[in-house]
Design a protein around this ligand. Structure first.
Ligand code: ADP
Length: 312
């Protein structure tokens, strides 16, 4: 089973306006609320691929109930820890010129008791999990080294830990049994304190992460595909050009592709084709965390994966 953690889920409300003028009363021509947060996007795509993921994390208040209800409607099994605060709402306002303005709440505070409640659920769920995915930032009030702690828990239980986060909490976790991380170029620069100008720089920076103990490093590069490294090989993934509509959630969709591939014992070539196809398919639609199986089939045939020995 795949377990997916989202510590700070949100109701993502998309508003479309003809014009967006500061200081004026605005009327929305279209409103679309969805259950969001990086981990929930991952879970939605895993479900569409045909696995039944289990979601954990924190939910609270009416917003929390809304999110839970949306997951139940989508048939996504969830066992969130209830908290006193209110889960957040994030706004994305798109005007007639397709400019996007986002307003993101920080989300509720988590206390020690919430963390203990979460860990007792996690402990049970991990007994039946082969893969744990944690995506997105920690909640307010959580210790910054919490993902490092999750790495330790996974190591003890023999669970493959895929971590998709950034900043200090990722930096603190990298020598803690991480099975796979997927920084983009900006995140890789932050993590390694190096400027990345080309693929060669990205490969050298990733070697540093392998030396720290990360087992597999994937650098996602938007329209330029991916580079993937482990102790044995480098994989260079080239993808076809497509007409995109909305790339928000493409990174989460590729994480879903990796998790699906790993649980189904795919080779790395197959995993990379699936991960990129999922990211690309998501980019074709307005909805975040939506993929289409027909696209996956088409793109998988068009994506080229080249494999090299690490020291070549
Ligand atoms: P993140 O959202 O984490 O920054 P990326 O933007 O690199 O991740 O997207 C993840 C994957 O989604 C890419 O490796 C690629 O396969 C696909 N993708 C993202 N943006 C595009 C794009 N503009 N054109 C084609 N594919 C894309």
């Amino acid at each position: 089973m795949i377990t997916v953690i989202t510590f700070n889920p949100s109701i993502d409300r998309l508003y479309k306006l003809d014009t967006f003028e500061i200081g004026m009363v605005q009327r929305a021509s279209f409103v679309n609320p969805t259950a969001g947060g990086k981990g929930l996007n991952v879970a939605k795509v895993i479900k569409q691929l045909g696995e039944n993921p289990r979601c954990l994390g924190f939910l609270g208040g009416y917003n929390g109930l809304y999110i839970k209800n949306e997951l139940n409607k989508a048939g996504i099994v969830n066992n969130f820890t209830e908290i006193d605060g209110e889960s957040r709402i994030c706004l994305n306002i798109i005007d007639g010129d397709k400019n996007s303005t986002e307003i993101l709440e920080k989300g509720p505070n988590i206390n020690e008791k919430n963390i203990l409640d979460f860990e007792s659920k996690l402990d049970k769920v991990l007994e039946n999990s082969k893969v744990l995915v944690a995506s997105g930032s920690l909640s307010q009030g959580m210790p910054v080294d919490y993902y490092k702690r999750l790495g330790k828990i996974c190591e003890k239980k023999g669970v493959k830990f895929i971590l998709d986060t950034s900043g200090k909490s990722l930096e603190m976790a990298i020598n803690e049994n991480l099975y796979l991380i997927k920084p983009n170029i900006d995140e890789l620069e932050l993590l390694t304190h190096k400027k990345i100008n080309n693929k060669e720089d990205a490969i050298n920076a990733s070697r540093f992460l392998l030396e720290k103990g990360v087992k597999n490093v994937c650098i996602s590069m938007g329209k330029d595909g991916m580079i993937f490294l482990n102790k044995e090989h480098i994989y260079d993934v080239k993808i076809p050009k497509i007409e995109i509509l909305n790339t928000v959630g493409s990174g989460d969709s590729s994480i879903a592709g990796f998790a699906y591939g790993v649980i189904n014992d795919y080779s790395w070539e197959e995993c990379l084709k699936l991960a990129n196809s999922c990211g690309m398919s998501n980019a074709l639609y307005m909805e975040t965390g939506y993929i289409n199986k027909k696209d996956i089939k088409t793109f998988s045939n068009e994506i080229k994966v080249s494999k090299y020995n690490l020291d070549s």
